[in-house]
Design a protein. Structure first.
Length: 158
């Protein structure tokens, strides 16, 4: 009987350790999955915003202003794109322009040379279970898209 009693104790300890590890992996999966969904939502937004902004480029300073407004227009209004499963508004939008797709400027010196537009969004994603391992409650997630104006069309480049 002494042998049987020691086995019962081992099973209890092994089950407790396994259950703890399983719960930790499930918690990690939930937080990482949520970050993946937020990243996908932000990427969808930047793709649409870059295409919208590229359509506004017409070679003038007003075209640059319209492109910047076009990128932000998708984040405002009753049908605004949102992130975190539609719970949070997208607010941190950066728009920059380039003539060759390599050197990016917030305000291009020659508006007629701006053929590329890059939209970058960085938003804080809440952490629920990963707080156990890190003292932070949020982590930043970014998405970037580049679009070009080709004749009368916009083309997503990146």
């Amino acid at each position: 009987m002494a042998v049987r009693r020691s086995r019962n104790g081992f099973v209890l300890i092994a089950t407790s350790i396994a259950l703890t590890l399983l719960l930790a992996l499930a918690a990690l999966g939930i937080d990482l999955g949520r970050m993946y969904v937020i990243r996908a939502e932000l990427q969808s937004f930047t793709d649409a915003a870059a295409l919208s902004a590229a359509l506004e480029l017409d070679g003038s300073g007003a075209g640059i202003a319209n492109a910047r407004a076009g990128a932000g227009r998708l984040a405002m209004g009753p049908h605004a794109m949102r992130f975190d499963l539609g719970a949070e508004p997208i607010t941190n939008i950066e728009t920059s322009f380039s003539a060759d797709g390599k050197m990016w400027e917030q305000r291009p010196l020659q508006p007629g040379e701006a053929h590329f537009v890059r939209v970058t969004v960085t938003e804080p994603a809440p952490l629920i279970f990963l707080r156990i391992f890190q003292p932070v409650t949020r982590t930043n997630i970014s998405a970037v898209s580049v679009a070009a104006k080709v004749e009368d069309q916009a083309r997503l480049m990146q």
